[in-house]
Design a protein around this ligand. Structure first.
Ligand code: ADP
Ligand code: MG
Length: 502
């Protein structure tokens, strides 16, 4: 009997304070499509990084065709025939498609053979042809859509003669038609003997594609089953959530929502939002839940004017908005803390003081004069109010921990006294202590009368701070859940689209 292509056993990996993988097992057969599913934080990406040679496991064994192997680095994984398509794809926009495809080839031996570039580019072209992609290999990558780039990443994997291609949420940012095309390619690869380890939150596609399904939860291997053993999406969702049936999560005090501050009606934005509506009232936190790519951030960005919807209407503070823009939204009292704070929101080398008053400089002007005394006093007050741990407000913001940086950015917007605040993943990358503090700030702002839109992938946080939870699925509002009895299960079923069955 031929051994499995890959066998992972007893694999553990911890990070300070977290056991990310706890004694996990996984077996992959040649040519199968093996889906790996689990909630956020289940350990999927950690496993992938170990298999890619990016992380070393603390314990455990990896067998490749029956022989134990060490995946010391990325080159070792590539040499074996493991190729990973990360969510961010790791492509270079300024290089051509062909050059990007060739990036994947194993590094040439330092001495010995000459690199046969002619042969390499022929292989690149063949890999692109195999995918039926309609682009010229000489096209600069930056001219391609995200979906096309996914194909380039797959072509790159093919030139390395990958026998196991690992895809981490490959369809998260794709439209339905583009995802279908990718599914075809996955079936094709599998048909020609390449195994695919497919990580996805979209359970419909998992059920349609996979031969085998493995479920991880809290770093542990919950089970592996053949596709045929899973009846439907609801059963798979139960496996993913585990036995925490209708566990009630502790909720903050209930507030009495006031007047309507923002009214969004039937907004559409390409494939990302399809007629979504949302009402935000004073004195409440509206949590937006949904899977990656469900349109949560887009809805927030539409209210803030960072995206202009193709259809639909927006009313802010009783006045219709025709051409929304961040400037207009800000003038009507809307503030937004964007998701990717390191790239968008904070200016790393600017001081804490400058970062705090970046969007409210006007407050310290008196005629043409700028009062730095008043500015310093205000910043000092905010530092105290949000308990930001700083040595001096003159230091660059990048010297602060992630949690404290995030609090500076919260302070920046609160200083404008906005009536509506949109938080997009405000606790991403901050430690547990800072997380609770930020959630406390979110609650306090709503208690003080603001309307807060809270977007997070951490369901427990959404349940903890929200008065009302709006669940988005593929650009549409799938459910609205309210009241102290909302459970994690209800929200998850709505996220996965299995709520109709309850
Ligand atoms: P998944 O991909 O299933 O969402 P991850 O593998 O990313 O899960 O994370 C598993 C756990 O390990 C989580 O608790 C996460 O916070 C933690 N973790 C992952 N990477 C790191 C890291 N580089 N440093 C610290 N903790 C990490
Ligand atoms: Mg992950």
């Amino acid at each position: 009997m031929t051994p499995p292509l890959m066998q992972v056993s007893g694999l553990s990996k911890s990070f300070p304070g977290v056991l990310a993988l706890d004694d996990v097992t996984l077996e992959i057969q040649p040519g199968e499509v093996h889906a790996l599913v689990g909630e956020n934080g289940a350990g999927k990406s950690t496993l992938i990084k170990i298999l890619a040679g990016a992380y070393r496991a603390d314990r455990g064994r990896i067998l490749w065709e029956g022989t134990e192997v060490q995946l010391k680095d990325a080159a070792a994984a590539t040499r074996l025939g493991i190729s990973v398509i990360h969510q961010d794809l790791n492509l270079v926009p300024n290089l051509s498609v062909a050059e990007n495809v060739l990036l994947g080839r194993p590094a040439p031996k330092r001495l010995g053979l000459f690199v046969n570039w002619g042969e390499l580019s022929r292989r690149a072209r063949r890999a692109i042809e195999r995918l039926d992609a309609e682009f010229d290999p000489q096209t600069p990558l930056r001219e391609l859509s995200h979906a096309m780039r996914v194909l380039v990443a797959i072509a790159r994997a093919l030139t390395t003669d990958a026998r196991l291609i690992i895809m981490d949420e490959p369809t998260a940012a794709l439209s339905a038609a583009e995802a279908d095309r990718l599914h075809e390619i996955v079936r094709d690869l599998s048909g020609s003997g390449t195994a695919v380890l497919y990580v996805s939150h979209r359970l419909d596609e998992v059920l349609a594609l996979a031969n085998t399904i493995t479920v991880f939860k809290d770093g542990r291997h919950v089970g592996t089953v053949p596709r045929s053993a899973v009846t439907d999406k609801r059963e798979l969702t139960q496996m993913i959530i585990g036995r925490r049936l209708n566990e009630a999560t502790e909720r903050s005090q209930t507030r009495a929502p006031g007047e309507v501050l923002v009214e969004v009606r039937n907004v559409s934005l390409g494939q990302r939002l399809k007629g979504a509506s949302l009402t935000v009232r004073a004195n409440e936190v509206v949590g937006l839940a949904g899977l990656v790519g469900s349109g949560r951030s887009e809805l927030g960005r539409v209210i803030f004017g960072a995206e202009r919807p193709a259809a639909g209407s927006i009313i802010i503070n009783d006045r219709p908005v025709r051409k929304n823009s961040p400037r207009l939204a800000m003038s009507r009292g809307v503030a937004m803390l964007p998701e990717d704070r390191r790239n968008q929101a904070s200016i790393a080398t600017m001081s804490i003081r400058q970062n705090t008053t970046l969007v409210s400089m006007g407050k310290y002007l008196w005629g043409p004069f700028f009062s730095s005394r008043r500015e310093r006093k205000a910043v000092k007050g905010l530092i105290e109010r949000f308990q930001i741990k700083v040595v001096s407000m003159a230091r660059p913001i990048r010297q602060l921990s992630g949690g404290n940086q995030q609090k500076v950015i919260v302070a920046r917007w609160v200083n404008r006294s906005p009536s509506v605040l949109i938080f997009d993943e405000p606790t991403q990358g901050v430690d547990v202590g800072a997380k609770q503090e930020i959630l406390g700030i979110v609650s306090a702002l709503a208690d003080d009368g603001a309307g807060v839109v809270f977007i997070s992938s951490e369901l427990d946080e959404v349940l903890q701070v929200s008065d009302r939870i709006v669940v988005l699925r593929e650009g549409e509002v799938a459910a609205e859940l309210k009241g102290p009895d909302v459970t994690r299960d209800q929200v998850l079923h709505a996220c996965y689209g299995t709520d109709e069955l309850t």
